[in-house]
Design a protein around this ligand. Structure first.
Ligand SMILES: [Ca+2]
Length: 155
């Protein structure tokens, strides 16, 4: 085998791999779902809302969200709603959002861990005995965009 034909083969193999990679990337794009988030209860608020996206019970309401998004209220107000859009791979998710009342970029909590700033969860899950569970807040994201309407309220 000459060096030339060998390098040609290597080149073909590389091209093939590249093609595979491009196909997979395109496929991944098609498998991205859209969550349209509509948060009410912030009409007269200024500052920011922070949204965290979780994909498992194990990480729910912790620091390891699959996505965090800061939403500037003034730029996202549509009538009485704060609107934003999240792009996530198809799957099951739960959202938590809080209104950063004192604008320090963090959710303030009491010494027992209760939120001291208004919060909203997907499905408008509410606390019963203890914090709302991931199961209460989970929803699935498919090829069609889904809407999550969430009411901001004090705990
Ligand atoms: Ca805060």
């Amino acid at each position: 085998m000459s060096t030339k034909s060998h390098s040609m083969r290597t080149m073909r193999a590389l091209q093939y791999l590249l093609l595979l990679f491009v196909c997979q990337a395109t496929l991944a794009d098609e498998l991205t779902g859209i969550v349209m988030v509509e948060i009410s209860g912030l009409k007269d608020a200024t500052g920011n809302v922070y949204i965290a996206v979780y994909d498992s019970d194990a990480t729910w309401l912790g620091d390891e969200a699959v996505m965090n998004k800061k939403v500037v209220i003034a730029e996202s107000l549509d009538g009485e709603l704060v609107r934003t859009e999240l792009q996530v791979p198809l799957g099951s998710y739960a959202l938590s959002a809080f209104y950063d009342k004192d604008n320090d970029g963090e959710m303030d909590t009491s010494f027992i861990g209760m939120p001291k700033e208004p919060i909203a969860l997907s499905n408008n899950a509410v606390a019963k005995f203890g914090p709302p569970s991931f199961d209460d807040a989970v929803f699935s994201v498919g090829a069609e965009p889904v809407i999550q309407r969430m009411l901001m309220r004090d705990m």
